[in-house]
Design a protein around this ligand. Structure first.
Ligand code: TF8
Length: 338
């Protein structure tokens, strides 16, 4: 394993074909259709990344491997699609790591707010040994991880008032991802969090079932949350990765050449997706302002205050996820910062 060019070391090498009852193809490339579903739409950098992935796979396989993309949770939300991969009913999905913590609890360390200051630090951790270690936990869950793409730094929107200080969270009904760290962190801030799948968020905001939600700017824009939210507060409170997942049942049927093509394409499309996401995030703030949102920045001082309020929640979950793992994350962030 891992006798591949340096670039591809980013991609996981876990889960060979040994433990499967399925017959792996000895060599060559067969005609195959590969269903790949995501929760966001075609305009989002993730949607464009998936399209790029499909093109690369087609090129590299001489048109034999056909990736069929499904956007907008057409095949289900992050959790449902991941379960479909485990059952061998779908081949690929690229969910946020956050809704998967019920399955792979260690992914929860990425849900700790205020860990990364910028994308460079996130890249260092995700593409380094710690990110790799977590990908290696996937095969025991019938999943193969080919690397991390980017959802990004999350910011709060709501229909009530600007959130400038920690106290401003009090009483706000906020949709969160289905994730215990997020839930308890928002509770600690005095908000009233409601976990829900992403595909239900727009209508929950529109009907005022919830007051607000939090997501990266590119998602706020491409999902048109500005149409149903007045205030955007740049909290940058947590960074969410996407993880590129393949069904292990499917993977184990592939020849080494076919596996290699998927690995290379996932990494190459991932580099493109991250760049695009960052460019979109830089543009989106202005665009959301122009679309009528009232935007406020949150000061470093207030972010530190929020972090202090949340600390007991983080300490509790650090014990649950493994204090060594958490320390490793902070050490790698520290190294990337130098
Ligand atoms: C969320 C996430 C979503 C993604 C996507 C739908 O808020 O940030 O953007 O997980 O797959 O649920």
């Amino acid at each position: 394993c891992c006798t591949v060019p340096a670039l591809l070391l980013l991609a996981g090498c876990g889960g060979g074909s040994s433990a499967s009852s399925a017959q792996p193809a000895a060599s060559g490339i067969q005609e195959r259709t590969i269903k790949a579903g995501i929760g966001l739409n075609q305009d989002h950098p993730e949607g464009k990344g998936l399209k790029k992935f499909a093109e690369l796979v087609s090129q590299k396989s001489g048109g034999k491997l056909k990736v069929q993309p499904f956007y907008d949770a057409q095949l289900g939300d992050d959790k449902k699609m991941t379960e479909a991969l485990q059952g061998g009913l779908q081949e690929i999905t690229i969910p946020s790591t956050s809704p998967l913590v019920g399955m792979i609890k260690e992914f929860g360390i990425f849900d700790f707010p205020f860990v990364f200051h910028d994308e460079k630090e996130a890249d260092a951790v995700l593409d380094g040994p710690l990110g790799q270690k977590l990908l290696e936990k996937l095969p025991e869950h019938n999943l193969i991880g080919l690397g991390y793409w980017e959802n990004g730094f999350r910011n709060l929107t709501n229909s009530k008032h600007p959130v400038v200080k920690a106290e401003d969270f009090k009483g706000l009904k906020i949709r969160t991802m289905q994730n215990q760290v997020h839930l308890e962190a928002f509770q600690a801030l005095g908000a009233n969090p409601t976990p829900m799948a992403f595909s239900e968020v727009f209508s929950a905001l529109e009907s005022k079932t919830v007051d607000g939600q939090e997501n990266p700017l590119a998602t706020i824009k491409t999902s048109k949350f500005n149409e149903v939210q007045q205030y955007l507060s740049v909290t940058k409170h947590v960074y969410t990765p996407f993880v590129f997942l393949v069904s292990k049942k499917f993977w184990d049927k592939l020849s080494p050449e076919e596996q290699q093509i998927l690995k290379e394409a996932a990494v190459e499309a991932g580099i493109y997706q991250r760049e695009l996401n960052r460019a979109e995030n830089r543009k989106a703030l202005e665009e959301l302002k122009n679309a009528g949102m009232e935007v406020n920045e949150v000061s470093e001082e207030e972010r530190a205050n929020m972090q202090a309020i949340i600390k007991p929640v983080i300490d509790k979950f650090a014990k649950e996820f493994g204090e060594d793992l958490v320390k490793e994350m902070y050490d790698q962030v520290e190294k990337a910062r130098q």
